[in-house]
Design a protein around this ligand. Structure first.
Ligand code: CP
Length: 317
């Protein structure tokens, strides 16, 4: 297995089974720190730099919370408009990264351009973590999601994942890459204009995961062990910021998971993950059902970022 020390986390493509297992084990070791709301000094000598060119609640703050839990320092920006990259100068990623690498020891970047964190990693001498790039990937979210399943279900192998919503989403791409490393079945349900491309499905099939498709959640909810959700009433992830219009629309029933549907057709043991934020595809009255695990998912988001930061900064092997 490749060492994580000094490594970029840009994609789950090519992430090996043993690497998933290792990250989960490190997360298990560090989890009590978060659970007991302690701060340690594992990364006391290290600084995290956050560079967010798109809005975020969870991903940026979970990385920052993780760094605080491990005793490290944090600097960075949550709005590129307040930097020279977002004003008259439109400073390039290359020039920006040449600065940021002097300000800390690991860089977490979210960007509206697919591949921007990869571009940053070309120029940075410190590890770069992809916090979401356009429609590309969201590797730390999916590591969080797999870890949540492992903790909540007890295993990742042998499960059927029903993925519902906008399949262009970066989480869906990272998830498909990840599931190629497990004994998994993946069924997608998406509006035609939000489906996975044939090219992407072929790429995943080459790794022995054939992604099945369904039209309505009602038809497959009974097969799901994990119901993995994204909105279809969706922002444009190729923009730095997508303001909400007056009429955002509503989600067709095909892509909604309701309390009634769960009661009628879901396995009692099935769990719902949603990386959030949600729109009307996941009504709030689902929160009190036995299926909801998205708040646990948010908690494990901190634990997973603790593991990743400790690994790439070489504090644990
Ligand atoms: N899950 C997630 O990526 O949320 P944010 O957009 O709030 O970071």
């Amino acid at each position: 297995m490749r060492s994580f020390a000094g490594r970029d986390i840009l994609s789950l493509k090519g992430f090996e089974r043993a690497e998933f297992e290792h990250v989960f084990e490190v997360a298990d070791d560090l989890e009590p720190i978060a659970r007991e709301r302690r701060n340690t000094d594992l990364l006391a000598e290290k600084t995290l730099v956050t560079a967010f060119y798109q809005p975020s609640t969870r991903t940026r703050l979970a990385h920052e919370a993780a760094m605080h839990r491990l005793g490290g320092h944090v600097t960075g920006f949550a709005d590129a408009k307040m930097t020279r990259a977002g004003d008259f100068y439109q400073e390039s990623i290359k020039d920006t990264v040449h600065m940021l690498e002097y300000y800390g020891d690991v860089l977490v970047m979210r960007h509206f351009q697919q591949g921007a964190p990869h571009e940053a990693a070309r120029w940075a001498s410190i590890p770069v973590i992809n916090a979401g790039d356009g429609w590309g990937e969201h590797p730390t979210q999916v590591l969080t999601d797999l870890y949540t399943v492992r903790r909540e279900v007890g295993r990742v192998d042998g499960l059927t994942w029903v993925c519902i919503g906008d399949m262009r989403m970066r989480t869906m791409h990272s998830l498909a890459y990840a599931l190629t490393q497990f004994d998994a079945r993946m069924i997608s349900i998406a509006p035609p204009e939000m489906s996975l491309t044939d090219e992407f499905k072929a790429e995943i099939a080459e790794q022995n995961l054939v992604i099945e498709e369904a039209e309505h959640i009602r038809d497959v909810i009974g097969e799901a062990d994990v119901i993995y959700m994204e909105p279809v009433v969706q922002a444009d992830y190729t923009k730095g910021r997508d303001e909400r219009g007056d009429d955002v629309g509503t989600t067709p029933d095909n892509y909604r998971v309701t309390r009634e549907l769960l009661a009628e057709g879901a396995k009692p043991s099935s769990i719902i993950l949603h990386s959030l934020p949600r729109m009307d595809e996941l009504p709030t009255d689902v929160d009190s059902t036995r299926h909801a695990r998205y708040w646990q998912e948010a908690y494990y988001g901190v634990v997973m970022r603790m593991a990743l930061l400790a690994l790439v900064l070489g504090a644990v092997e």
